[in-house]
Ligand binder design. Structure first.
Ligand SMILES: NC(=O)c1ccc[n+]([C@@H]2O[C@H](COP(=O)([O-])OP(=O)(O)OC[C@H]3O[C@@H](n4cnc5c(N)ncnc54)[C@H](OP(=O)(O)O)[C@@H]3O)[C@@H](O)[C@H]2O)c1
Length: 311
């Protein structure tokens, strides 16, 4: 499995990671299956696993901790996040200690700010100071952020003196490409890796959901991509992905993940609920779609009209 450096940190991560948000009650998943998913990913060379204190109030971190014990600490790059409610200086330090305990490790490889402080009551400067202290103490190996716009990135980086931000984790998939405008070019220019969350549009890009086939117990009800009209609108793109997939012996979702990471400093972190999904996702890299195929995807995306209002 090809690896790249996480920003300028020198921490080598596989070109695809695995998200563990599914290990929380909201997703109605089986903890054992998530552990197996991480083990399978690791067997196939995926070393980046992403979690957060906010996923199932720390439960996801505990499940990832179980997987770390199975796989071996040295075989995983562990990424977790401090929640938006814990961005005060002392809260960051406390949250980090709690995450380390739940994960059962001594150092978090990538510690990320889950989202910018929405009310701007907590100066970002205070949060970054705490992050840099954790870095200096060796409790974290690198500092990342999530859902940061370019202005947030600039501000945050301005408060760091000993290190730099190595990654920005943002929503990015073939149906939601807003970050291509500013965030990706900025990250590319400044050596920041983009970790793509919801790279499969929460399952829409697998082709398994449709207006008459919504996820059982729809935890994604609020996601406009699951509005029936949008599931219909996505059909054409899915059929293009399916045709391209056939040329390579791959599925729609594998083509979607492959496209996301190719030629850009982007590492998708698909969430998998079991080992089978994890295996499919791991095998989405290590091969390439052709230029013509990439053009076909581009055309299909141009035709796409999503409507973010319920009908
Ligand atoms: N930083 C943030 O704000 C943020 C926000 C959201 C997520 N994340 C991170 O990003 C990760 C991924 O995002 P996400 O979970 O929202 O969306 P996603 O990865 O686009 O979709 C995950 C869902 O897709 C389906 N799936 C995955 N692989 C599959 C396969 N090979 N075959 C068939 N179905 C497959 C599963 O659906 P079913 O469950 O229906 O089987 C799974 O629950 C999360 O786990 C989390 O680590 C971060």
């Amino acid at each position: 499995m090809r690896r790249i450096s996480l920003g300028k940190s020198g921490i080598e991560v596989s070109k695809i990671g695995m998200g563990a948000m599914q290990a929380s009650s909201e997703w109605v998943t089986d903890d054992d299956e998530i552990v197996e998913a991480i083990v399978k990913s690791s067997d196939l060379g995926v070393n980046l696993v992403d979690t957060a204190e906010g996923y199932g109030k720390g439960h996801s971190e505990e499940v990832v901790g179980r997987a770390i014990a199975r796989v071996g600490r040295e075989n995983l790059v562990v990424a977790t996040k401090v929640a938006g409610l814990h961005l005060r200086h002392d809260d960051v330090l406390k949250a980090c200690r709690a995450s380390l305990a739940r994960l059962g490790i001594k150092k978090i490889d990538l510690y990320q700010i889950h989202s910018p402080n929405p009310w701007e009551q907590i100066p970002l400067k205070h949060t970054m100071k705490a992050m840099e202290e954790l870095y200096a103490e060796g409790k974290i190996g690198a500092i990342g952020v999530s859902n940061f716009a370019v202005r947030d990135l600039e501000e945050a980086r301005g408060y760091l003196s000993k290190t730099d931000i190595v990654s920005n984790q943002v929503r990015y998939n073939l149906l939601e490409r807003q970050i291509e405008e500013e965030v990706i070019p900025y990250c590319k220019k400044n050596g920041i890796t983009v970790l793509a969350w919801s790279p499969l549009a929460q399952g829409v890009l697998t082709g398994k959901y449709g207006p008459r086939r919504l996820p059982v117990k729809n935890t994604r009800a609020d996601n406009p991509l699951f509005f029936k009209h949008n599931l219909v609108a996505a059909r054409h793109l899915l059929s293009v992905l399916g045709t391209i997939g056939k040329n390579h012996g791959k599925s729609e979702s594998q083509v979607a993940l492959n496209w996301l990471g190719s030629g850009k400093p982007v590492v998708p972190i698909p969430g998998a609920r079991n080992a089978e999904q994890a295996e499919q996702n791991a095998l989405s890299v290590g091969w390439s779609i052709t230029r013509d195929e990439a053009n076909e995807i581009e055309l299909a995306c141009k035709r796409l009209k999503l409507d973010y209002f319920p009908r």
